[in-house]
Design a protein around this ligand. Structure first.
Ligand code: BGC
Length: 251
C-alpha cells in the first residue's frame, strides 16, 4: 500500500512548525522544521516564513495551515494572540501570493488539533461529544461530536467571574503568575466546570505543550467529566492541518 502523505504547518506565538505527515497514523515523517515566529507576526511576515519551511522541505503539494484565529471562509477574523493586522486577512489571497504552487487550506489551531486527536488518537473518541482544549499562550478549544467538528468555538474567551478563561488558566497565566501545578490545576478545574455545565461533553482532551507533563496536573482536576491527555502533543496542529488539507475541509 502506498503511504498517504500530507503537509501541515502550525503557526504559534513563538515558533512556526511544519512537516510531512503520514495521513494514516498522524505521525510526522522526517524532520519537523521550526522557524521562530517573526516579530511582528504580520500576515506577510508569517506567510514568508511558511514559504521558507515549504521550500526547505521541498514539498510541492497542498498545505494545511493553522492560525490562532477564527477562520471563516478562509478569512482570519480574530487576533487575540497574533498581530492585529490579521483581522479580515483573506488567507487564500495571502498564501497564493507567497506559495503560488501550493494550494493552502487554513483553519483554527485548536480545531486542527481536535481533528487530529479524534482521527489518530484514542479510537474511543471517534464517537461522543469530545471537547479538546489546548493550553498555551491562550486556551484553544475544539468541539467534536461523532467525529464532526463545530469550528471556531473560541471558549478561551469565555468570561468567568469577570476574567477571560485564557487570561486566568492558560499555561502562560501559570508562568506569568509563577503558579504551582496545584494552584494552576484549581484554576483549570474552575474553567472546566463552567464548560461542562454549558456543553456536557463526554470527555475533555487536554493538549498543548503542558500536556506532556499531564501527570503533574490532570490527576488534580476536580471537574466531573473525565479528562484525558492529548496523545499527539505538540504535533497535533501539524497533523490536523495536513488532514484538513487532504480532505479539503476548508477549501
Ligand atoms: C485564539 C484562538 C486560539 C487559541 C489558542 C486564542 O486566543 O483566539 O483562536 O485557538 O488562542 O491558540
Amino acid at each position: 500500500m502506498t503511504q498517504r502523505v500530507g503537509f501541515g504547518i502550525d503557526v504559534g506565538g513563538s515558533g512556526i512548525k511544519g512537516g510531512r505527515v503520514d495521513l494514516d497514523t498522524g505521525l510526522l515523517i522526517g524532520d519537523r522544521i521550526k522557524i521562530l515566529t517573526p516579530k511582528p507576526a504580520t500576515p506577510d511576515a508569517v506567510a514568508k516564513t511558511i514559504a521558507e519551511i515549504v521550500k526547505i522541505a521541498q514539498w510541492d503539494g497542498h498545505v494545511g495551515i493553522t492560525l490562532p484565529s477564527v477562520v471563516q471562509n478562509q478569512t482570519a477574523l480574530l487576533a487575540a494572540n497574533i498581530d492585529g493586522s490579521w483581522v479580515n486577512t483573506d488567507c487564500q489571497k495571502l498564501f497564493s501570493a507567497h506559495l503560488p504552487n501550493n494550494p493552502a487550506h487554513v483553519l483554527n489551531d485548536a480545531d486542527a488539533a481536535g481533528l487530529a486527536e479524534v482521527q489518530f488518537g484514542n479510537p474511543e473518541n471517534k464517537t461522543g461529544s469530545v471537547m479538546l482544549l489546548t493550553f498555551g499562550t491562550g486556551i484553544g478549544s475544539a468541539l467534536i461530536h461523532d467525529g464532526k467538528l463545530y469550528p471556531n468555538s473560541e471558549l478561551g474567551h469565555l468570561v468567568i467571574d469577570g476574567t477571560e478563561a485564557e487570561h486566568y488558566a492558560s499555561s502562560k497565566a501559570k508562568e506569568d503568575k509563577d503558579l504551582s501545578y496545584k494552584k494552576w490545576a484549581k484554576r483549570v478545574s474552575k474553567v472546566l466546570s463552567v464548560y461542562e455545565a454549558l456543553f456536557w461533553p463526554s470527555k475533555f482532551i487536554v493538549g498543548g505543550g503542558i500536556s506532556r507533563k499531564h501527570e503533574k496536573w490532570v490527576p488534580l482536576l476536580t471537574c466531573k467529566t473525565p479528562v484525558e491527555p492529548a496523545t499527539l502533543h505538540n504535533n497535533a496542529g501539524i497533523a490536523g492541518a495536513a488532514l484538513a488539507a487532504e480532505q479539503g475541509l476548508y477549501p
